[in-house]
Design a protein around this ligand. Structure first.
Ligand code: ZN
Length: 185
C-alpha cells in the first residue's frame, strides 16, 4: 500500500477498524468512533482509510438514502457556511461552484450573499432534494465529471467542503480544480 498523497510506501496501521460486517458509511455518523482501518504515512503524516482503493465515491453515495440527521443541523451548518464565505473577497456577481454540495447548504448561503451558485454531487437523493427546494443549479456527478457536464462559464470560487478527505487521489482532485478554475482565463 502506498500513501495517496506523497506515494511513499512507509505506511502503517494507526487504528484498527471498528466496523462489523459490511462497510456502512453515512454522511454524518451519529455512532461515535465508527471507522474502517486507518493507516498513517510515515513520510507526510497523512492518515487515511484503506477501503478507498476498492470503493468508489459513486458506489458509496449512489444508493445511500438522504441523510436526515445531517439535514437536522441545517441552521447551524448555514451559519458555518456563511462564516466561510465571509473569508472571501467581496466582489459583485461572483460565480461559485461547490464540488460535493450535498443538500446545497453552502450554495444557499452563497446565494443569500449575492453569488450565482452551482453545485455538483454524486448522490441522486441530494440532487433531487436541491432541485425540490430550488437551491441554485445542481449537477449529478463527481469532480471528474465537471468538465463534461458543465460548459457554460468560469468560476470565481470553487469550494470543496468536507471533500478532499473523501477522494482516493487528493492530488488529482487539486489538479482538476486548478484546471477548471483556470480554463476560461
Ligand atoms: Zn504520505
Amino acid at each position: 500500500m502506498i500513501c495517496p498523497v506523497c506515494k511513499s510506501n512507509d505506511v502503517r496501521q494507526k487504528y484498527a477498524s471498528t466496523l462489523i460486517g459490511d462497510i456502512d458509511y453515512r454522511i454524518s455518523e451519529n455512532q461515535v468512533g465508527l471507522h474502517s482501518e486507518i493507516k498513517k504515512c510515515g513520510v507526510c503524516g497523512l492518515g487515511f482509510v484503506v477501503d478507498f482503493d476498492t470503493l468508489s465515491i459513486e458506489t458509496i453515495y449512489k444508493n445511500s438514502p438522504f441523510d436526515d440527521y445531517y439535514e437536522k443541523g441545517r441552521k447551524g451548518r448555514l451559519k458555518a457556511a456563511s462564516k466561510l464565505l465571509n473569508l472571501l473577497p467581496k466582489k459583485k456577481n461572483m460565480k461559485l461552484l461547490d464540488v460535493g454540495c450535498y443538500s446545497g447548504i453552502l450554495m444557499e448561503s452563497a446565494m443569500q450573499k449575492g453569488y450565482v451558485a452551482e453545485g455538483i454531487k454524486p448522490s441522486k437523493q441530494a440532487v433531487d432534494y436541491c432541485k425540490k427546494v430550488n437551491i441554485g443549479r445542481i449537477y449529478k456527478g463527481t469532480y471528474a465529471d465537471v468538465d463534461s457536464i458543465i460548459d457554460d462559464g468560469k468560476y470565481d470560487v470553487i469550494t470543496l467542503i468536507d471533500v478532499i478527505e473523501h477522494v482516493s487521489d487528493p492530488i488529482d482532485l487539486m489538479r482538476f480544480v486548478a484546471y477548471i478554475y483556470t480554463r476560461f482565463w
